[in-house]
Design a protein around this ligand. Structure first.
Ligand SMILES: [Zn+2]
Length: 282
């Protein structure tokens, strides 16, 4: 997803500005003004009672020269009339695209702030490293930084059909093979291994397409295409309860239900479908 208007605050050594756009987050999601058709983020310094100049506020950057501030709102604060907390999945398509991605960034950074108070090595309280997002242990010098977990997600294609997978609890929706990259593994090796382990299928011509931050809580989804190269589908029942081929016609006819438009899974599928259209084949 492009971020044409977002400029990251880095190094993060500037004082908090007096005004800005608030990405205020509680346990339910991002707090928005929801009394109009289009959702708005709170702005200024006094529009959200209970969180003015909160101690944990951070400056994430700027959108069109407007500061983007993030903070955690304690769960005991009752939101005033007109305000609602919405999860990122519910915000998709209802906020400007750039602000939506910044909301995901805010969510990841606040999750990091909340979960990085103590040294993982010796248990002492961690201290901020000046001009960085990282933290250092004053006792043992262990350092920690906001985590990003790389994952691959791959559309396996074979002529006019693609391999789609289903997990328990997904209802009618099918997705694509995905998995976390293991230590010591390349992205391409991960693509091959995950597809073999989950579906028993061999692939070739692995091609990187694009990536997407996936803040649930901190994955980086790396999207690939791969060509089917052999093998029958044999699913890993610990991971999946079904995997099967669907043709472009099946999908155009509504079978199966597809992943949500915000996901790179859906974007991989839509991009492949476009390449299968009669106009694209000419
Ligand atoms: Zn330590």
């Amino acid at each position: 997803m492009p971020l044409p208007n977002f400029k990251r605050a880095y190094p993060n050594n500037r004082p908090l500005p007096e005004t800005g756009l608030w990405f205020a987050i509680n346990q339910h999601g991002v707090i928005v003004l929801a009394n109009e058709d289009k959702l708005r983020l709170p702005s200024g310094t006094s529009h959200l009672p209970g969180i003015e100049r909160p101690a944990n506020a951070i400056l994430l950057g700027e959108v069109n020269q407007v500061a983007c501030l993030a903070c955690t709102v304690p769960d005991d604060i009752v939101l005033p009339d007109g305000y609602r907390a919405l999860g990122l999945r519910d915000l998709y398509g209802r906020l400007d695209d750039t602000l939506y991605v910044v909301a995901g960034y805010a969510t990841q950074m606040l999750h990091w702030q909340r979960t990085s108070n103590y040294c993982a090595n010796c248990g002492a309280p961690l201290m901020p490293i000046p001009n960085e997002w990282g933290k250092r242990c004053p006792r043992c010098s262990f350092t920690a930084y906001p985590p990003v977990s790389p994952c691959t997600i791959t559309l396996v294609h074979d002529e006019d059909r693609i391999l789609m997978t289903h997990k328990r609890g997904w209802g009618p929706r099918y997705g694509l093979v995905a998995g976390f990259v293991e230590p010591g593994e390349t992205l391409e090796q991960n693509v091959e291994r995950e597809i073999m382990e989950e579906t028993g299928v061999e692939v070739a011509d692995i091609r990187y397409w694009r990536s997407q931050p996936w803040p649930f809580p901190h994955q980086l989804m790396c999207g690939f295409y791969a060509r089917y190269a052999g093998g029958d589908i044999v699913i890993d029942h610990d991971e999946l309860d079904d995997a099967r081929w669907f043709t472009a016609d099946d999908i155009h006819n509504g079978r199966p239900a597809l992943p949500a438009p915000l996901s790179i899974a859906r974007q991989l599928i839509d991009n492949w479908l476009a390449s299968q259209s009669p106009a694209a084949r000419r």
